[in-house]
Design a protein around this ligand. Structure first.
Ligand code: FAD
Length: 448
């Protein structure tokens, strides 16, 4: 490829090519599946991401609870595309799309495209509750997981220092908001930390010092799964002493005290938000194509409505049809299948071949609730327990990018399976809350 001839209009240097240029924004599950489909084809593929690594979000909770180290679940794009001669990676955040000139504007410069693919995923949705957002931690980025880990370890250390009982309660109470898979898995992992790690690392505390609350707005956990999965999960969590509050939602959090819609108050300095996501994408897409959840409306071929050469895939895409009135589920399988599908479609478009509409194949859902327990809905088979957990472990292990990463995760899991030991619980960087929290005083009522 000829790097001496960067297009004059581009301020990010890319080699000239006789092939059509496809720019992909976002190297998540969807973007990477597309890259894999179009590697070695007669196409110039340019992947932009604001990070230089792909993140395996389903295991964020394990990093947050010190079960895994972060580098075992993130994987560098340059390693992923090594040997793919037609694929280029550029580390930049895309800020704007100028659809009239087929150009993207990034924080590092601009580049033109022949086809553009939006695969930018989602970010936390706090539903306008700014105060809750300012004081809590979401789990949408590997840095969030590390923040949760550091917050947790620092607060447990501070609890050993403080002489104030109420302050200690707030430091050792953990609130997880959202009873979907991320919230349930986080609650289970924290409960196991409390059961197996706390007595070893902090012998001065009784395990009862750490309280884990899981708050869910509707009357069941894992609402997208079967009733069996939902009720089993509730039982597993209760067995692990998680306090599950159903039909309850958070209305306020000042960094030290959580208030719920039903008027309950809980002293807590640790609030982990998994209750909702919304699409994130650069500006420039006409607002009339943006639907519920800040997703981008596409046609049956994942083409963004109103544009001839812009596509959306993964969590950001909403393919609204009679069969999918709310779009496809925002899960890894849907993102991967859309990435693969679009790869084939783009080849067909370039070769003037007809397109078939996208069809999602639901391969089932899995969620784990602590070690050796999980729930599974695979077609008409609904099961729970050890076999479901084994299946969960195999599926997740095989889905992680990179042989070395799979090896590291497998090794850590094997050790933890036999010993309940997790990785070293080091406070390497100082976690500072986004906003200073009030010091707890005895005037606050503790209603646990
Ligand atoms: C905690 C958690 C647990 C989950 N557990 C499961 C699970 O168990 N099973 C399951 O199926 N799904 C799970 N999911 C959902 C799953 O991770 C998502 O459905 C999937 O990641 C969506 O893939 P995507 O490619 O659309 O977006 P993402 O994977 O989110 O990737 C988006 C990419 O775009 C990049 N990006 C965003 N904006 C820009 C920009 N402006 N410029 C440049 N780059 C940008 C980001 O850096 C990122 O790399 C979980 C999600 C979370 C958060």
């Amino acid at each position: 490829m000829d790097y001496a001839n960067c297009k004059i209009t581009d301020t990010i240097c890319l080699p000239n090519s006789d092939f059509p240029r496809i720019v992909i924004i976002g190297g998540g599950f969807a973007g990477l599946a597309l890259v894999e489909k179009l590697k070695h084809k007669k196409i110039q593929l340019v992947l932009f991401d604001k990070n230089n690594f792909h993140q395996f979000q389903p295991l964020f909770y394990q990093v947050a609870t010190s079960a895994l180290e972060p580098d075992s679940i993130v994987f560098p794009f340059r390693k992923q595309i090594s040997g793919y001669k037609n694929v280029l990676f550029r580390l930049a955040e895309v800020e704007e799309i100028q659809t009239f000139s087929n150009t993207i504007i990034t924080n590092k410069g601009k580049v033109h495209y022949d086809y553009l693919v939006l695969a930018t995923g989602t970010t936390n949705n706090f539903f306008g509750m700014d105060k809750v957002e300012n004081h809590s931690l979401g789990m949408k980025d590997i840095r969030d997981s590390l923040n949760i880990r550091h917050m947790m370890l620092q607060n447990l250390e501070q609890a050993a220092i403080t002489c104030d009982d109420k302050e200690r309660d707030a430091l050792t109470n953990f609130i997880i908001v959202g009873g979907g898979p991320a919230g349930v898995e986080m609650a289970g992992a924290l409960a196991e930390f409390c059961k197996y790690i706390l007595p070893k690392d902090y012998p001065e505390y009784p395990s009862s010092i750490m309280n884990i609350y899981l708050i869910e707005a509707i009357d069941k956990l894992l609402s997208t799964m079967s009733n069996k999965a939902s009720s089993k999960t509730l039982k597993y969590l209760k067995d692990l002493n998680v306090k599950v509050l159903l039909n309850e939602s958070v209305s306020d959090f000042d960094g030290s005290k959580v208030t719920t819609k039903n008027g309950k108050t809980i002293l807590a300095k640790n609030l982990i938000w998994t209750a909702g996501v919304k699409g994130q994408f650069p500006k420039g897409i006409n607002e009339k194509h943006i639907v519920r959840g800040n997703r981008i409306k596409t046609d049956g071929n994942l083409k963004v409505e109103g544009y001839d050469n812009i596509f959306a895939i993964g969590d950001i895409a909403a393919l609204i049809s009679e069969a999918t009135p709310k779009g496809h589920p925002q899960v890894a399988q849907a993102a991967i299948q859309q990435g693969k599908y679009l790869g084939n479609s783009i080849l067909n478009i370039i070769n003037n071949k007809p397109l078939k509409p996208f069809k999602y194949k639901d391969k089932g859902s899995l969620a784990t609730v602590g070690k050796r327990k999980a729930v599974a809905d695979i077609g008409k088979f609904k099961f729970a327990g050890y076999f479901a957990w084994l299946l969960w472990s195999i599926v997740h292990l095989m889905s992680i990018s990179g042989f070395r990463n799979r090896l590291m995760v497998g090794f850590n899991w094997a050790i933890s399976y036999f010993t309940y030991e997790k990785s070293n619980r080091l406070i390497i960087r100082n976690f500072k809350p986004k906003t200073n929290t009030k010091k707890i005083t005895s005037k606050v009522n503790n209603q646990k």
